[in-house]
Design a protein around this ligand. Structure first.
Ligand code: NAD
Ligand code: UFG
Length: 333
């Protein structure tokens, strides 16, 4: 297949581009470099020994998207391009609704103009209504608690409507739980701009001395050690989930939804311990108050993806910690 990967120089997109190339698919990437470095293209090529076609462009720009489809015979799209900072989405909702909704709409419209019907979407565990009890499964009710989450719910809704209106459409929504880790080559990984919001990049910056200590947001949750529990999935497993979904559902029509998670919950302190054991680096931390909007426990029921797609996360938390740290150390060289 010739796959257009939007946001393909970003964290999850770059790992997915590698996974696609390793399965002998062709890859075209469009990214506006809002949250990615240009040299990620060469890194993807170095890992795989294959070349990709890169367009620096914006998915909300219909002319730019039109040009990409006119110049390439695209079979399907994996749509990663979007903003993802939950807190910022609360402060500047317009920015999130504009970019996330508009990029999906523009890509889908351009696809239709070129008879390209297969759309894989980066959704999130955040689409599940906050009062649902983990393990979360795909039949549970949706609802979001912030503008970022609502953009994911809305795009899924739009895909459902398209699947009804257009008998050729194949929409695949992949609901990621908490991606962590990096490529074993240490050439790809997560590189947030500014102070990280997410736990693993924060731990990595404490480990390398950029940040003094980890703020643990709450130890009074109803969880085994009182700290928040999440389903951390290695980004390489997540990338392979995209390839499995595409290869399995490519010929099918309709709307499909899958959790991509491990099915295992890990607390903040368990992740800190796993990191320390995997790397030998001590992570000082202080317990603080809860972060507004956080839930106690969120983990996936991943059975549907295993059953339908033959995909299962296999990498361990320790492997994820070791690879995140190896990538982080590379940044300082
Ligand atoms: P990322 O920021 O590393 O990657 C997104 C990429 O899209 C970046 O390279 C950015 O430059 C690009 N981009 C943004 N807007 C664009 C536009 N209008 N046109 C072209 N390029 C654009 O983020 P990520 O962690 O790789 O996440 C990828 C997708 O997965 C996002 O849609 C995100 O919401 C979703 N997701 C991420 C997580 C997570 O924890 N990382 C969890 C659930 C869902
Ligand atoms: N945490 C800390 N200290 C930190 C950062 C996080 O204690 O500095 C805790 C949080 O309170 C939470 C856990 O670590 O209990 C995980 O927090 P993250 O911010 O890493 O991840 P979230 O589960 O809050 O959210 C992430 C993404 C969302 C996405 C969601 C599900 O940020 O975009 O996973 O996919 F929707």
């Amino acid at each position: 297949m010739n796959v257009l990967v939007t946001g393909g120089l970003g964290y999850i997109g770059s790992h997915t581009a590698v996974a696609l190339l390793e399965r002998n698919h062709d890859v075209v990437v469009v990214d506006n470099l809002y949250n990615a470095d240009r040299d990620v293209k060469e890194r993807i090529e170095k890992i795989t020994g294959k070349s990709i076609k890169f367009y620096e462009g914006d998915c909300v720009d219909p002319e730019a998207m039109e040009r990409i489809f006119a110049e390439n015979d695209i079979d399907c799209v994996i749509h990663f391009a979007g903003y993802k900072a939950v807190g910022e989405s609360v402060r500047i909702p317009t920015k999130y609704y504009r970019n996330n909704l508009d990029s999906a709409l523009t890509v889908l419209e351009t696809m239709k103009n070129h008879n390209c019907n297969v759309f894989v979407f980066s959704s999130s565990a955040t689409v599940y209504r906050a009062d649902q009890k983990s393990p979360l499964n795909e039949t549970m009710e949706l609802g979001a608690s912030n503008p970022y989450g609502w953009t994911k719910v809305m795009i899924e809704r739009f895909m459902e409507d398209l699947a009804v209106a257009d008998e050729d459409f194949c929409g695949i929504s992949l609901r990621y739980f908490n991606p962590i880790g990096a490529h074993e080559s240490t050439l790809l990984g997560e590189k947030p701009v500014g102070i990280p919001n997410n736990l693993m990049p924060y731990i990595c910056q404490v480990a390398d001395g950029t940040l003094e200590y980890l703020h643990v947001f709450g130890d009074d949750y109803d969880t085994p050690d009182g700290t928040g529990v999440r389903d951390y999935i290695h980004v390489v497993d997540l990338a392979l989930g995209h390839v499995a979904a595409l290869e399995k559902l490519y010929e099918q029509k309709g709307m499909f939804k899958y959790n991509l998670g491990t099915g295992r919950g890990t607390s903040v302190l368990e992740l800190v311990n796993a990191f320390q054991e995997a790397t030998g680096v001590e992570i000082p931390y202080q317990i603080e108050g809860r972060r507004p909007g956080d839930l106690a426990t969120v983990y996936a029921d991943p059975a549907k993806a295993e059953q339908d797609l033959g995909w299962k996360a296999t990498r361990t938390i320790k492997e994820a910690c070791a690879s995140s740290w190896a990538f982080q150390q590379g940044l300082k060289k």
